[in-house]
Design a binder for this molecule. Sequence first.
Ligand SMILES: Cc1cc2nc3c(=O)[nH]c(=O)nc-3n(C[C@H](O)[C@H](O)[C@H](O)COP(=O)(O)OP(=O)(O)OC[C@H]3O[C@@H](n4cnc5c(N)ncnc54)[C@H](O)[C@@H]3O)c2cc1C
Length: 411
Amino acid sequence: MGSSKEQEQERGQPKCVWVHGPIIIGAGPSGLAVAACLSQHGVPCVILEKTHCIASLWKHRTYDRLKLHLPKHFCQLPFMPFPPNFPKYPSKYQLISYLHSYASRFSIHPRFNQAVTTAQFDPLSGFWTVRTQDFHYISPWLVVATGENAEPVIPRITGLDVFGGPVVHTSAYKSGCEYKNRRVLVIGCGNSGMEASLDLCRHSAFPFMVARNTVHVLPREMFGLSTFGIAMALLKWFPLRLVDKLLLMATSFVLGNTDRYGLRRPKTGPFELKNATGKTPVLDVGALAQIKSGKIKVMEGVKEITRNGAKFVDGQEKEFDAIILATGYRSNVPTWLKGCDLFTEDGMPKTPFPNGWKGENGLYTVGFSRRGLLGTASDATKIAQDIANQWTTLKDTNNYRNSHIILLKNS
Ligand SMILES: Cc1cc2nc3c(=O)[nH]c(=O)nc-3n(C[C@H](O)[C@H](O)[C@H](O)COP(=O)(O)OP(=O)(O)OC[C@H]3O[C@@H](n4cnc5c(N)ncnc54)[C@H](O)[C@@H]3O)c2cc1C
């Protein structure tokens, strides 16, 4: 997959690499999907990945018990469904094995250990220069596939630095087995906070989950069907607000009133909120039952962390052995993408889905739609088609080759 020409610069300087085709940054599902779609159009590419493997998020920054939140047919990448013998909700290990088969089927061979430090467009030459510690890569096209979850968010909480026990972000949490019989404060009540609390319960720990903000908890399935699938089907026929209302009515029938357990619902419906803010509803896989039984205690906001525990905004004070920060992730795009206004300062595309995939000057984004792997598949297909249209025209012109030779001489 892909091709490039490397030219040694002065000794000690990074080598310059002319990339024949687009540069894709990131070898997660999104980068792989774009590479596979490009290969179907006969367009080569180079994927730059900062770690030593594909799917590094799934391999190194997720907990052992994690399964896909959505049924597998909503998470498959273009041109290759999940194997029929995989369960409806594949485990993270099954997803990783699927991604390896995907890379191998489309002959995708990323360049590993290439952490991109800057990427910048030069309007004079019309090329992107992408810098890593080893090389300067040059191409007319740049595909940003570094993910919405590139960096853990560590909030500023008074006293966190004086806490005597371990403090771990969910990206480093693997399993509750290390916390047996321990009292653990889980800060955050999104999917990660709920699932870490559930996992802790199953390993005989005592989780206290902080629900400072409102949250929509929906059952993962209703009446034997995936809640997400039901919502997608209803949205084809009914307006968003009506779909939200119907879902919340069914949810209250299945789960009861979650406000009673300290999980206050936002006023805006789950899918309207998701579209407006990107905030994902929690798809319950068992945590709510543990909350109802009192095994997971729900706490209001933390006022302050102390050496041995925490003080809460309702005046309670409790001792804890460990803290888990289920406080989410952020994009890292603003740290390396320079001189372009496609992204907000939070590193998300300014234009919302379904139109955020294309910027100016050959810049593309994949996997930033806040729609998980479903959004990735949609972005990747469009990006590959768009680049393929230009590729057919460009590769036949002498200008393409000539211009890169000039560029390499000058750089
Ligand atoms: C706990 C958890 C559970 C999830 N469950 C689901 C689910 O069930 N269904 C679903 O659809 N989605 C789920 N998601 C969302 C999930 O992150 C995405 O669907 C998927 O991993 C996105 O793929 P991606 O390739 O866009 O990003 P990533 O998987 O994050 O891949 C980005 C890649 O870019 C690399 N990279 C980053 N910065 C640089 C750089 N500067 N230079 C070079 N390389 C770089 C990273 O190392 C990484 O390999 C979940 C996320 C989390 C955290």
